[in-house]
Design a protein around this ligand. Structure first.
Ligand code: 13P
Length: 215
């Protein structure tokens, strides 16, 4: 079977996201690109994650054309492929409807850099991209614009979040930390205070991370 490894990575990540409560039912979608061929394994639309086998994970090209598989790719395939077309450094995309990221997107609170784990994975605040119909080219365009050349994640208004990474592990870790940061931000807002980290200290910590030391 072709590209078994990336197809298995899609299933493994989907089940992990489900176990962590980041996705429920058949919501959310995950894609992984094979660096050599450029082909992308993406979760199929509307199939329960626990029923997935590598054969049921379709392979698409960068324009979303199915090149192998019998199932229909996720309805958000245009968004995944648009991100990968625009970002050569991205080999994995994770989209979830996770609770606290969605809350922040609805109350219009972009995710500030207030927690340490976010530093290593989303070293710019995660912006909110305006609502567009799920699966539309307009949503794909808005997400690409929100991520820009360097962004790791965006909140999607009244919808959820999307995180990217050079590997599926990085994209998944980013997803987890974004959701954790969103939860902390939400409770801080409820408590009446959201205090960011001093920008100078922030710059120092980013330099430490770039030097290879963990924080
Ligand atoms: P798919 O099952 O087509 O991936 O759609 C789920 C979803 O979350 C759309 O945003």
């Amino acid at each position: 079977m072709k590209y078994r490894e990336i197809r298995e990575q899609v299933i493994e990540a989907s089940l992990k996201a489900q176990k962590l409560g980041l996705i429920r039912g058949t919501s959310g979608n995950i894609s992984v690109r094979c660096e050599d061929s450029g082909l992308i394994a993406i979760s199929p639309t509307s199939i329960p994650y626990e029923d997935l086998t590598p054969e049921l994970v379709p392979l698409v090209d960068l324009d979303g054309n199915v090149v192998d598989g019998t199932t229909k790719p996720s309805s958000e395939c245009p968004m995944h492929t648009a991100v990968m077309r625009n970002r050569k450094d991205v080999n994995a995309v994770v989209h979830t409807h996770s609770k606290f990221s969605t809350i922040l997107s609805i109350i219009g609170q972009e995710l500030p850099l207030i927690t340490i784990p976010l530093l290593g994975y989303a070293p710019t605040p995660a912006p909110i991209v305006p609502f567009e119909i799920p699966g539309s080219a307009a949503l794909a365009e808005a997400v690409v614009k929100g991520l820009g050349e360097k962004g790791s994640a965006v909140l999607m208004e009244n919808h959820g979040m999307l995180a990217v990474g050079s590997t599926i592990d990085k994209a998944m870790t980013c997803t987890e930390y974004i959701e954790e940061g969103a939860e902390i931000t939400f409770y801080c807002r409820l408590a009446g205070k959201v205090k960011g980290i001093d920008p100078q200290v922030l710059a120092e910590m980013i330099a430490i991370l770039k030097s290879g030391r963990a924080l």
